[in-house]
Design a protein around this ligand. Sequence first.
Ligand code: SF4
Ligand code: SF4
Length: 160
Amino acid sequence: MKQNKSSSTFINYWSQYAKRCITGPISLLKGLSVTLGYFFNPKSVVTEQYPENKKTLKMHDRYRGRLELIEDKEGENLCTACKLCEKACPNASINILTTKNIAGKMVLGRYLYHLASCTQCALCVEACPFGAIQMNPEFEFSHQNKDVFEMVLNQKEGRF
Ligand code: SF4
Ligand code: SF4
């Protein structure tokens, strides 16, 4: 009885060994076929060669970089300073400072955006009833000076 058991263990071991001897090279050949496929058809390689391709690199459509104001054809931003985006932001990454124009109407003074605390959730974009903001495709945000993450989004219009 004891001899029967040891002989079945022996057979089991060698059958497993034989199986691995066959499946091992097959799996190796499968891997090599992928490598050779890319070697002979380099255009099918999906790995991005960053930073060499920095100038041509296009982010995916749904990628969320940082917040920016949308401008109309005249270069004026669409923001009415209603502050709904500021209220929608869960971590106070937006501060809208208002001012009055010559006609006494409340307008946007400064659109302050704190990129360092922004989580790119885009709740502000969804909350804006005027379609005045969007997440742009920028992706290089590392910097040694944290002050650069404090942004005035409407700065270039000179309303500050
Ligand atoms: S993307 Fe989210 S975290 Fe960033 S400013 Fe908008 S609401 Fe705030
Ligand atoms: S960006 Fe939109 S939601 Fe925010 S203050 Fe301007 S108009 Fe209002």
